[in-house]
Design a protein around this ligand. Structure first.
Ligand SMILES: *Cc1c(COP(=O)(O)O)cnc(C)c1O
Length: 367
């Protein structure tokens, strides 16, 4: 075990979020931190309305639009308050009186979103995953999507339970809303199928502190007049995310990550790598009787791989020994236990391979 030779001394951080960022991005940010591109001061010290930050924000938006194929029918916003504020903002801005909002409950993050929506208006749960301990998403085509609904809400990747949608429901004219906090830009998604997509940056896009919101422009007009200014999408759309001071450093970092993705072949290329990484890890789990995958195989996440060992004592030892080998952040969410390996875009195959080598070695010693 401990004599296992490692090819490098890098730490591979499997934390669910804030999570690993590409090392090229970290190094570029470090190199530019004190003296931003010859300015003589740092970007964090620059006015958000000055030309230097404005250029950074515009380039970030342009790169995101190109990467995801976002048309001019959509606004791209950089907001604060995390994905959690979006749980309330979606309901406050999109609910139409007399038309229920539909929700698929596939885990803790949708449960929280449903709780917020109920504070605002009529809410219907079209799928209740709690009956299968959130290990299953199932056949979305069977869900009762009421054509008269305000919107249909789902969470595309369930960070805690390790499930992910591989098909999205057909919702016709009912706007589809997606919390994509933990799988945004990990795979090709047709943005045109959605009314709203949002994502806290700290899983797959950058550091904590900024939330990406992609919203079909016509939808911002639904908002009731008495909604507070900062909570209206229309405010942020009209002012290009500059109604108040935006989180300049976080937006800059998201821009660097988007640039990094562009340089590495965009989303189709990263999707292939993500498929190879998750196939390798699930392959190792399925080839052994010692490890047990947590989610229904058809609904498995390519971002958060959740699995169990024969007992909790072994799970504790596994997490501890892995950390000694510089494989960190593998402890499952406190609400479900077990092991969770979060393998977002920035996790290279080398990190996954080192984890699989450790799993084989651990099983040989404890199986
Ligand atoms: C982490 C996470 C959230 C919460 O994000 P905050 O930015 O902390 O509010 C919401 N949804 C999903 C899917 C997440 O993974």
């Amino acid at each position: 075990g401990k004599d296992m030779t490692m090819s490098d001394d890098k730490v591979y951080n499997f934390s669910a979020g804030p999570a690993m960022l590409p090392c090229e991005v970290m190094c570029k940010a470090q190199a530019e931190f004190v003296d931003f591109r010859g300015l003589g001061y740092g970007l964090v010290e620059a006015s958000h309305r000055g030309p230097d930050f404005m250029a950074v924000a515009e380039a970030a938006e342009t790169n995101i639009r190109q990467l995801m194929g976002i048309s001019d029918d959509y606004a791209v916003l950089f907001l604060q308050g995390g994905a959690s504020l979006q749980f309330a903002m979606v309901a406050m801005n999109l609910m139409i009186p007399g038309k229920p909002a539909l929700y698929a409950d596939t885990g803790a993050w949708t449960t929280k979103a449903i709780k917020e929506a109920k504070l605002i208006g009529e809410t219907k749960v079209v799928y209740d995953g709690s009956t299968s301990d959130y290990t299953v998403i199932g056949d979305v085509a069977e869900w009762p999507i009421d054509a008269d609904a305000s919107y249909m809400y789902l969470c595309s990747n369930n960070t805690i339970y390790g499930t992910e949608y591989h098909f999205f429901p057909e919702t016709g004219d009912v706007p589809l809303v997606g919390d994509m906090s933990s799988d945004i830009m990990s795979r090709v998604v047709d943005v045109n199928r959605f009314g709203v997509i949002f994502a806290g940056a700290q899983k797959n896009l950058g550091p904590a502190g900024v939330t990406l919101v992609i919203i079909r422009k016509d939808l911002v007009e639904r908002v009731p007049k008495n909604t507070p200014t900062m909570l209206k999408y229309s405010t942020h759309m009209d002012k290009g995310s500059m109604f108040n001071t935006p989180p300049t450093f976080a937006i800059y970092m998201v821009g660097l990550v988007a640039e990094w993705l562009q340089q590495h072949g965009g989303i189709p290329a990263i999707q292939k790598i993500n498929e190879a990484k998750s196939d390798a890890l699930y392959g190792a789990i399925d080839a052994s009787d010692f490890f047990l995958g947590a989610a229904e195989p058809a609904d498995r996440s390519r971002m958060n791989v959740c699995f169990r060992l024969p007992n909790e004592t072994l799970e504790k030892t596994f997490v501890k020994e892995a950390a000694e080998l510089r494989l960190t952040g593998l402890k499952g969410h406190r609400s479900v236990g077990g092991i969770r390996a979060s393998i977002y875009n920035a996790m290279p195959m080398a990190g996954v391979s080192r984890l699989i080598d450790f799993m084989h070695d651990f099983e040989a010693r404890n199986g």
